[in-house]
Design a protein around this ligand. Structure first.
Ligand SMILES: NC(=O)c1ccc[n+]([C@@H]2O[C@H](COP(=O)([O-])OP(=O)(O)OC[C@H]3O[C@@H](n4cnc5c(N)ncnc54)[C@H](OP(=O)(O)O)[C@@H]3O)[C@@H](O)[C@H]2O)c1
Length: 339
């Protein structure tokens, strides 16, 4: 089968279209004929992990070494990137009960990656679900990472109907899902991003948008029940006055300092810092599929590339041009082809 493989860390051109062995499903696995995948920030980092120093890493230092070892110290251990996918089941292992051949599915492989390929196997119990009927493969592939992460983190902050919620980083994968999910949970939502993303975030349903290149939300005098900062670009001290009494400052990207703030604020009461790692489940993916089918979650594709042009897609995302999702279409050519 065709796959884009990388055997050394580096710039996008380390990604090479190659022929690799087609995977075979185990008894508890499904074999998916993949039609679409995506490029997210995680793919960019994994492609060049050698250059992600502890200071560039957006998570606490004790997580850097295990991540580096997981992805490979000097060269990549996992050679095919791509965490999201959408495709059709070609074969189901003999113990599989939830799915059958021909089902259209979508899902998320997290750090195990491997979706930049024509075929992939997923355990039946993994993060895979029937694809929303109202989405194409391209659209469906863009949903799982952002929506699963945002859903998990918003739940950890116990989001409630009627709350005023601020999403800092609202045009990205997690932020754009967080805007839509917060609206679904009945919050009044303000989204923050730079100028090119404002229209996009408004179209997702944000009640208000703020351009961080022109305005500092922390100086506006507005207060929120929940401030969700995706990249951790603000700080608890600068946001303290923008939080209501008992307000929550939620971080998707954080360091040891914010973990200590979390510990301290959990003991002192009042305004709280929450740093959390997402914990996704296949039930959440089924819930997200339902929200998509009810029109509560949409996918807005910024650019589409064929698998053969994956390196170009990486360059686009790496430069920070992405507003919405970048999707990779996997075309299957049954004739013998030259790679
Ligand atoms: N806690 C967890 O379990 C977990 C799980 C997965 C990922 N993460 C973390 O999530 C982060 C990636 O999130 P993502 O995939 O959503 O990223 P993304 O798609 O690259 O989006 C980044 C967002 O941040 C905005 N942004 C950039 N600079 C900003 C600034 N100075 N102020 C405010 N907003 C700014 C961008 O807007 P513009 O483009 O308009 O600048 C965009 O909306 C990583 O740091 C990763 O470690 C955490």
């Amino acid at each position: 089968m065709k796959a884009v493989v990388y055997t050394e860390y580096g710039p996008p051109d380390v990604l090479q279209l190659t022929k690799v062995e087609k995977p075979a499903p185990r008894n508890n696995e499904i074999l998916i004929r993949n039609h679409a995948t995506t490029v997210n920030i995680g793919d960019i980092w994994a492609r060049n992990f050698k250059n992600i120093t502890p200071s560039k890493f957006t998570m606490p230092l004790p997580l850097w070494l295990p991540s580096r070892m997981y992805f490979g110290i000097t060269r990549p251990r996992i050679n095919i990137l791509g965490s999201e996918f959408a495709g059709e089941i070609e074969e189901a292992g003999k113990d599989v009960k939830r799915f059958r051949k021909g089902d259209q599915v979508f899902g998320y492989r997290g750090q195990s990656m491997g979706a930049n390929a024509e075929y992939l196997c997923m355990p039946e119990a993994g993060l895979v679900a029937i694809k929303p009927v109202n989405m194409t493969y391209d659209e469906a592939a863009t949903v799982p990472y952002g929506a699963l992460t945002a859903l998990s983190l918003l739940r950890k902050a116990n989001i409630q109907r009627g709350q005023k919620v601020l999403i800092n980083g609202a045009s990205g994968s997690i932020g754009s899902a967080a805007v839509q999910l917060a609206k679904y949970f009945g919050a009044e939502v303000t989204g923050i991003c730079s100028t090119p993303g404002l229209k996009f975030v408004k179209a997702l349903g944000a009640d208000k948008v703020i351009d961080y290149t022109r305005e500092d939300f922390a100086k506006s005098g507005e207060t929120y029940d929940l401030i969700f900062d995706i990249l951790g670009k603000s700080s608890f001290s600068s946001c303290r006055n923008s939080l209501k009494r008992n307000g929550i400052y939620l971080l998707a990207s954080f360091k040891m300092k914010q973990l200590f703030q979390m510990l301290w604020t959990s003991m002192t009461g009042g305004k709280k810092v929450i740093c959390a790692l997402s914990s996704e489940s296949s039930e959440d993916l089924v819930f997200i599929k339902r929200l998509v089918e009810e029109g509560k979650i949409r996918s807005l594709i910024d650019k589409r590339y064929p698998l053969e042009k994956l390196a170009k897609a990486h360059l686009y995302v790496e430069k920070g041009y992405k507003t919405g999702s970048v999707t990779i279409t996997v075309k299957h050519n049954n004739k013998k082809e030259k790679l």
